[in-house]
Structure formats: structure tokens, C-alpha cells
Design a protein around this ligand. Structure first.
Ligand code: SF4
Ligand code: SF4
Length: 475
């Protein structure tokens, strides 16, 4: 997959900053009022499975004609239909600790917010939350930590090991991802040893002056330490990393360009792009001490997600529960690969009877408060195959998004059958009778559409085994 990086004014070097604001503005300036044919050609380039350059991306950002915006979105939908198919991987975030020494203006857990209750899950309390998630049917978690000396690499690694050990009934967590503060190379090695999946760190905003303004203290104030954080992870041989920007802090156009620049940096230096891109958006600025002029409208948000899909067609895209259901529904048509389901971001939230949102106890507000069961049913109703697949990671098939994208038949041979198998496990163990009936109907429909080959034969056999009580079967 050798991507030929553009030549930038700041050359790409390991663990060195690479964002050049002037250069991003220049690209955005010189691509204003793009020619229609040019935009169409760029969309086609992506549909032909080519990575877009920073300049191409700027052209799409500057396409403001409603007809062209619709073509961009249709391009993203086409890419999803051609490449990704109907499966959506589900995961849940688990907030392990909200102690934090930073002072981020947009976060309820900032150190100056004395109203928030501080808590760290350990031992029994941690196990109880994981059991509750397993009882819902989850198999993939992302553990979230504030930035605090207590949450060092050893603590994170220990937490990961504990989570993997929790087994309740047929429940188990098969992949643990991490969202935590940047570590040094030694720290990443310790965490890698514990068997993590993806290490995720969002830059929040790539615009240095804004970054400086919204990060008012603590270690997170160091822009470069954070920008180069996932380079250090790569140096520690964690090649599964997730990047993201918090949309609403600065101009979304700049952030999209910077995210693509970050992808280019990884490809230039480590010859592998990030595993995932996340694009959380600040919506309700209640309780948030930020300038609201950069909040992103639904119209711009859906456009920017479609542009990201086209610009980096083989990178996984994560949509979070911050978005209301109708935005989720539209964006999922653009080839989002993962969403969270049944999310509760209150500390110890998964065992609370009262699931009402408490803004004084949460890091931010979520808008999709449906349970995992409701989301499963909704996905099935819309023809998506909800998946809890963790096969590649466990079989050592790395670079999986690239394989999905470029290895002919990969999705047909692996992703779809694994989605069906993990859905069947869910239907057997956790679904309501209605969801179970709908889910098996969807499975039958998918089986009918499959070619009669060895994979199908094997899949039908494995489905029978799941009904008999076997678990964790995959291709
Ligand atoms: Fe702490 Fe993260 Fe919140 Fe910043 S965003 S205050 S680092 S928990
Ligand atoms: Fe992801 Fe691999 Fe499973 Fe496909 S088979 S869904 S690429 S883990």
C-alpha cells in the first residue's frame, strides 16, 4: 500500500511535529470555487480505490454547490456499498477513572470543576461494570482514563488484564481498546504487553493557538507531546492507533485537513495509516466554557464525514453516541465501520438503575441514549448486520481495514460470515424474542444471497454449533 506522500514544508520524521498551519490555509485558499468536473473527478478517484491528497481534500471541502455536496455524499454511499457492505461493529466505552490534572475548557472532568464526583474503578467495582456490559452482550470495550499520575502504564495494563479475565455466563470481552493520556515509549510497551487492541488519542484541535486557549493547564497543554503521542506508540510496535478531532473547537475545514495530514504522516513515516478516525462533535455547549462560533451544523457535519470517507477510503471510521439517532442513520450510510451502543458515560453507569443523564457526572452529553438491545433491533430493521467480530485481531491479521479494502473477497470470506456468527451468538444469549426472530430472518436473507461455496457451507455448520451452545467461532 505504498502511499506516495506529498512533499510538505515540514518534512515527516518520526516523533517530530508535522502540522504546518500556513500550508493548510494555502491549500484551502487555492482550491476555492472548484470546477464541477474537478470535484467529480476527485470523487471518482476515491471510488477507484485511490487515496486522496491533501489538495484533493481541500477541493471537496470547498465544494459548496448543493448538487456537488450531494455527489460527495453519494460517493461516500457508493464506497460503502462497493467495499464495506452492511456490517457495523459495535463497542462500548467504559470510563475507568475520571481523576484528571488537566483543565480542558470543553470537558466536565477538568480539574477546576469541583462539582464532579471523582472515582476510579478497581477490583470489584471494575468487575461489576464489565459484568453488566457482558450481560448486555458486549464483546468489545474501549477503556477511558483521565490524565492523572495514578493512571500510569502499569495501572492501565493491570486494568486491561482484569477486564479480559471477567467472564459471566457466555459473556467475555474479546478486545480491549484504550483511550488514555499519551505515554512514553516504555509505557506503551507495558500496555501492549497486556494485549490491547487500538490505542486512541485525539488531538482535539490541530490548530495550535486554539489548542493553547482551550487547554489551560496540566500536561495536556503540551501540543507537541500529544501530536507525536501515537508516533511513540508505533515505536513501541503498537501499530493499531486511532486519531480524532473534537469538532466545534476550531474551523472544521482546518481540522479535516489536519486529520488527513496526520494520516499522511503515519504513512510517510511508518508505512501504515491509523486504524481508525473519530470525529466527535460538541453540540450542547451547556456547562462548557468555549467560544461557540465554531460549532458545526448538521449540514457541515454530514458533509465533512462524507469527505473523510472519500479521502481515506481504507481507514475505519468511528461514530459515537454523541450524535442523535437521525444523524447516526445518515452517516452510517457513508461506510462507518464502528459505533458504540448502549453507551453510558457516567462513572459506574452500567450498573445504575436510573439511566437518566446527569451532566454534572459526565464528561460530555450524549444524544443517543438507546440501549444496546434497541440499537441492535434498529440496525437489523435497517438491514445492517450488527457485528461483535474480533477475529483479525485474535488471529494476528493486522492492518485489517486495509485488507478489507484491498484484498478481493476479504469481506465476503471473513467480515460478513463473522458478523453473522457474532450476531447469532447475541441472538441466542441476549436478545428479546422479537429481536431474535428479526435477527435470524436477516441472517437467512444474507445466507440466501451468498454463493454456495465452502465458506457458506462452513458458516451454516458453525451457526448450527452456536445453536447447540458453542461460542466464539470465527473465520
Ligand atoms: Fe481530563 Fe480528558 Fe477531560 Fe481533558 S478531556 S479534562 S484530559 S478527562
Ligand atoms: Fe474486522 Fe477482521 Fe472481523 Fe472483518 S474479519 S470485521 S476486518 S476483525
Amino acid at each position: 500500500m505504498k502511499f506516495n506522500p506529498e512533499k510538505y514544508r515540514i518534512p515527516d520524521e518520526p516523533m517530530k511535529p508535522f502540522i504546518d498551519e500556513g500550508e493548510i490555509y494555502e491549500f484551502l485558499e487555492k482550491t476555492k470555487n472548484p470546477d464541477k468536473q474537478r470535484v467529480k473527478d476527485i470523487i471518482q478517484k476515491s471510488l477507484n480505490k485511490n487515496r486522496l491528497t491533501l489538495e484533493d481534500t481541500a477541493y471537496l471541502i470547498n465544494a459548496n454547490d448543493p448538487e456537488l455536496i450531494e455527489e460527495i455524499k453519494e460517493g461516500a454511499r457508493e464506497l460503502k456499498r462497493k467495499i464495506y457492505g452492511d456490517r457495523i461493529v459495535l463497542f462500548a466505552p467504559l470510563y475507568v477513572g475520571n481523576l484528571c490534572t488537566n483543565n480542558c475548557a470543553y470537558c466536565g472532568y477538568r480539574v477546576t470543576n469541583k462539582a464532579v464526583k471523582r472515582l476510579t474503578l478497581k477490583g470489584k467495582e471494575l468487575i461489576e461494570q464489565v459484568e453488566a456490559l457482558e450481560d448486555d452482550g458486549h464483546k468489545r470495550l474501549i477503556l477511558v482514563f483521565g490524565e492523572h499520575p495514578m493512571y500510569d502504564a502499569n495501572f492501565i495494563a493491570e486494568t486491561v488484564r482484569t477486564v479480559y479475565k471477567v467472564k459471566k455466563g457466555n459473556g467475555e470481552i474479546r478486545r480491549v481498546n484504550i483511550n488514555a493520556a499519551p505515554l512514553d515509549i516504555e509505557g506503551y510497551k507495558i500496555v501492549k504487553e497486556a494485549g490491547i487492541g487500538t490505542y486512541q488519542i485525539f488531538q482535539e484541535t490541530y490548530h495550535r493557538p486554539t489548542y493553547d486557549k482551550v487547554h489551560r493547564g496540566g500536561k495536556k497543554k503540551d501540543y507537541d507531546w500529544r501530536l507525536t503521542a501515537l508516533d511513540r506508540a508505533q515505536e513501541a510496535l503498537i501499530d493499531d492507533v486511532g486519531i480524532g478531532a473534537l469538532f466545534g473547537l476550531y474551523d472544521w475545514r482546518f481540522e479535516v485537513m489536519a486529520l488527513i495530514r496526520h494520516v499522511n504522516h503515519f504513512e510517510a513515516v511508518y508505512n501504515i495509516g491509523p486504524h481508525t478516525i473519530s470525529f466527535p462533535r460538541i453540540q450542547n455547549a451547556f456547562n462548557l466554557d468555549i467560544d461557540k462560533s465554531n460549532l458545526v451544523s448538521d449540514k457541515d457535519f454530514t458533509k465533512l464525514v462524507a469527505i473523510l470517507r472519500l479521502a481515506v477510503p481504507y481507514t475505519g471510521m468511528i461514530l459515537t453516541a454523541r450524535e442523535p439517532a437521525h444523524i447516526r442513520d445518515e452517516i452510517m450510510g457513508f461506510g462507518v465501520s464502528q459505533i458504540d451502543g448502549g453507551t453510558n458515560i457516567q462513572m459506574k453507569g452500567y450498573t445504575k438503575k436510573d439511566k437518566e443523564q446527569r451532566l454534572d457526572e459526565e464528561q460530555f452529553e450524549i444524544n443517543d441514549t438507546r440501549s444496546l438491545g434497541e440499537i441492535m433491533e434498529d440496525l437489523i430493521d435497517h438491514g445492517f448486520i450488527p457485528s461483535f467480530c474480533t477475529a483479525c485481531y485474535r488471529l494476528g491479521r493486522t492492518g485489517e481495514h486495509f485488507m478489507e479494502f484491498s484484498v478481493p473477497g476479504f469481506i465476503k470470506r471473513f467480515c460478513t460470515p463473522n458478523a453473522i456468527l457474532t450476531l447469532a451468538e447475541y441472538l441466542e444469549d441476549y436478545a428479546t424474542p422479537e429481536t431474535k426472530a428479526k435477527g435470524y430472518k436477516l441472517i437467512d436473507k444474507n445466507l440466501n444471497q451468498m454463493e454456495n461455496d465452502k465458506t457458506k457451507e462452513e458458516l451454516i455448520k458453525k451457526l448450527g454449533q452456536i445453536k447447540q451452545g458453542y461460542r466464539d467461532l470465527y473465520f
